[in-house]
Design a protein around this ligand. Sequence first.
Ligand code: HEM
Length: 422
Amino acid sequence: NRASRAAGCRLPAGSGGWPIVGETLHFVSSAYSSQPEQFMDRRRRLYGKVFRSHLFGSATIVSTDAEVSRCVLQSDARAFVPWYPKSLTELMGESSILLINGSLQRRVHGLIGGFFKSAELKAQITRDMHRYVLHSMVNWRHQNRILVQDQTKNIVFQILVKALIGLDPGKEMQFLKQQFKEFIAGLMSLPVKLPGSRLYRSMQAKKRMVMLIKSIIAEKRAERADVGRSQRRPRDVVDVLLDDASDELTDDLISDNMIDLMIPAEDSVPVLATLAVKYLSESPLALQHVEEENTQLEKIREGEALQWNDYMSLSFTQDVITETLRMGNIISGIMRKAVRDVEIKGHLIPKGWCVLTYFRSVHLDESHYEEAYKFNPWRWKDKDTSSCSFTPFGGGQRLCPGLDLARLEAAIFLHHLVTNFT
Ligand code: HEM
């Protein structure tokens, strides 16, 4: 608007690309090429770290500047709201934590985040992860080839479902696994809801999952009516949300969100574990350090079961995870939409435009990280990971509530891998 422009704010330089598709095809094809950085690097050279583009059907300001991205993430819904492709919003539903804003988002985020930080849940996850990892690794000895991502996906899904809705492995777990697979296949599909379409099949799968979760909620409500709320501690996220006295958290909202919560959680930890294995296998010295640190811990604890703080105290292993998050960029960036004209560091982001905070370019920027393309866990020794040039888990009010769990699960997996196998 005129005021912003008068204040010296400018629309960043850049190009809108082709009519309708904009620069989307370039962006996507570059992401799948052997040089995924070329799209961003070229534009950074031409226009600077913040530039204008047109992506996924919307005029977009791309930020590869750590400070600008931090300001976007720190802003609340008066400036920016989350933005996802249409197929995703169709599948998530209006009350998804990934989409809601304001006090309801803060309440749900706070409740979930608080539970994920609780010592009880961390102890349960440590126990289960330990059990499932060993159970899965027993079979590895007879196989020539192990697909790390598939194996960890299986383990992590069971742990997640238990933490969210309290379900143990069995028939219902299998059912959920199948349905979830069908559900996520439609997250990035054409937004067509006709019977038989990809999106339609995913919506049907979600309905079946919602029915199962609603029956679990009904059982829990009946149990509560018998026992009384005050006598038991929450065992899963559904319990935590049911304990909340407000009427806003309806059964529909809870059951929808249990599925939506699986979206950011289901594949990210398996990718983290897989990339850590890849980077370690290419860095013998780092692998040797991880082996020594983990073997040492086993010796000190003399066969005693390890606790979650044991895993978190493995400082070099944690640095390996941090470096994997930096280089691996499991979530490359986040999209938001401006609900009013916003100005950040002299850049104008007009109302209705999207902004893509692209972490990947920041994490691989030589001005932040020396030899940025080199896997170097030692760079993190005694270094703070809370700077704005390191944001694998986002930031601000939507900072990933699962970040400790992700680190814990990856550390447990690596521990058993390096102490059981060469
Ligand atoms: C390596 C693993 C993971 C990575 C890299 C990751 C990354 C992220 C990022 C970047 C965001 C911010 C999204 C935004 O600002 O719009 C986020 C949000 C979120 N993550 Fe994670 N995540 C990981 C694992 C997990 C796990 C294990 C869980 C659950 C157990 C989880 C649950 C969530 C939820 C619920 C949100 C939305 C929070 C909100 O909008 O209020 N994530 N994650």
